[in-house]
Design a binder for this molecule. Structure first.
Ligand code: OGA
Ligand code: NI
Length: 411
């Protein structure tokens, strides 16, 4: 038995004493349910952020992790109950779906024009998209199309590797870094039909390439180059956002703490025998600053909530899908919206997407910027650091927009 997961006060019968002496364990991934329970007879489930700190038990998932890809490959025709959504949340019947409209598509090329009115027109389109949709696609964004395609392809190949090779990177809820299949540590939470790989790209102090896949051999180098280019695009957008809000060009970047965090989450949605009953990702808003998403070139799936309807995004070739996250919603005092979205799966094609999360430093207080707080629109949110904020999602899992709503100051 793994020594690290034994309570040190093993001889006492007091559960409380055992709990206090619990050591984090990192060895759960290949265990069956009964082996897991024997290993972890006293794992308490934290319910508050301070529980998490004092108990230091974020190193554990509450139950053995099942890879969705493994379920899909096993050839089942009925999906396990844990993946079945409530009827009101299922993709086919939940509210109305508008098939006609798409999120705005914006050509960034015009931002480099010498024609001031063309630049202003483009900036206005971005501003309107951030206010009304929280989502838009950008083309002519400056990131190499070849690099985009190669990076997406290398991740597709990573997920096609044998399970044992991927398990080496199995993640834990302490950092989420690595190969994962769930968000949230509640024991009976509903599960989504997708696996993912999550890694830290910035700041340098948390970046560790040894935690990125060593196979396929080109993976680390591609991720390195892809991260660099996409972060640059994120920086350009931050400047445009600042200017369109009437702030100085570097205002938002400075409010992010002058140094940003960036993480890459590659999503892998296997084929699903009953796609009408489940979702690849449940409705959520992204907790960070903004997200730059490279969708699958062939398979749609992302839906965005707009006027209480779900709009299926029709990806434009070689575009990025950009969306505002909760931290920019807070900073802009809700002028720019972090909008709920979800992912549908299908029975005929797997889907791969790369989400680069462009985030503030973890330790600076994020609150509405003074210039956007007025008598008519007082500060809507109480200050919180991003590190604290994201503990909630990591603990409770995805739950629409409830998290950013909970920051609303009681006035
Ligand atoms: C996400 C996300 C959408 C997609 O990773 O947060 O919303 O299309 N992904 O995979
Ligand atoms: Ni998202």
């Amino acid at each position: 038995m793994h020594r690290g997961c034994l309570p040190s006060a093993i001889n006492t019968n007091s559960t409380r004493t055992r709990r206090r002496n619990l050591r984090p364990c990192l060895c759960i991934y290949t265990l069956t349910t009964s082996a897991y329970n024997n290993h972890h007879p006293f794992v308490p489930i934290p319910t508050t952020v301070s529980d998490l700190r004092t108990m230091n038990c974020l190193a554990l998932w509450p139950e053995p992790v099942v890879r969705v890809q493994h379920l899909s490959d096993s050839g089942i025709s009925v999906i396990p109950e844990r993946y079945v959504k409530k009827p009101s949340e299922r993709p086919s019947i939940s509210e109305s779906i508008d098939k006609e409209i798409n999120i705005p598509v914006i050509d960034l090329q015009n931002m480099n024009s010498s024609d001031e009115s063309l630049r202003r027109k483009t900036a206005d389109l971005i501003s309107a998209a951030c206010r009304e949709w929280g989502f838009f696609q950008v083309v002519n964004h400056g990131v190499s199309h070849q690099l985009m395609a190669e990076t997406r392809e290398v991740w597709r190949q990573f997920f096609q590797l044998p399970l044992e090779l991927k398990q080496v990177y199995a993640n834990s809820p302490a950092t989420y870094e690595g190969y994962g299949s769930r968000v949230g540590i509640g024991k009976d939470i509903s599960l989504d039909w997708g696996d993912y790989f999550f890694l830290h790209y910035l700041p340098m102090s948390v970046k560790d390439q040894n935690k990125w896949p060593s196979l396929p051999v080109s993976c680390r180098e591609l991720v390195e180059n892809y991260g660099e280019e996409v972060v640059k695009l994120g920086g350009k957008l931050m400047k445009i956002f600042s200017l369109t809000l009437g702030l100085s060009e570097n205002h938002l970047e400075q409010a992010f703490g002058g140094e940003i965090g960036a993480c890459l989450r590659t999503n892998y949605y296997p084929k699903c025998p009953q796609p009408d009953l489940t979702l690849g990702i449940s409705p959520h808003s992204d907790p960070g600053g903004m997200t730059l998403l490279l969708p699958d070139e062939n398979v749609p799936g992302l839906q965005v909530r707009h006027d209480n309807k779900w709009i299926t995004v029709k990806p434009v070739p070689n575009a990025f899908i950009i969306n505002i996250g909760d931290q920019i919603q807070v900073l802009t005092n809700a002028n720019y919206k972090s909008v709920e979205h979800r992912v549908m799966v299908n029975s005929s094609k797997e889907r791969v997407s790369l989400a680069l999360f462009y985030n503030p430093r973890g330790d600076v207080l994020i609150k509405p910027v003074e210039e956007l707080v007025t008598e008519e629109k007082p500060a809507l949110y109480s200050p919180m650091t991003f590190d604290e904020y994201r503990v909630y999602i990591r603990t409770k899992g995805l739950s629409g927009k409830s998290q950013v709503e909970s920051l609303k100051s009681l006035k």
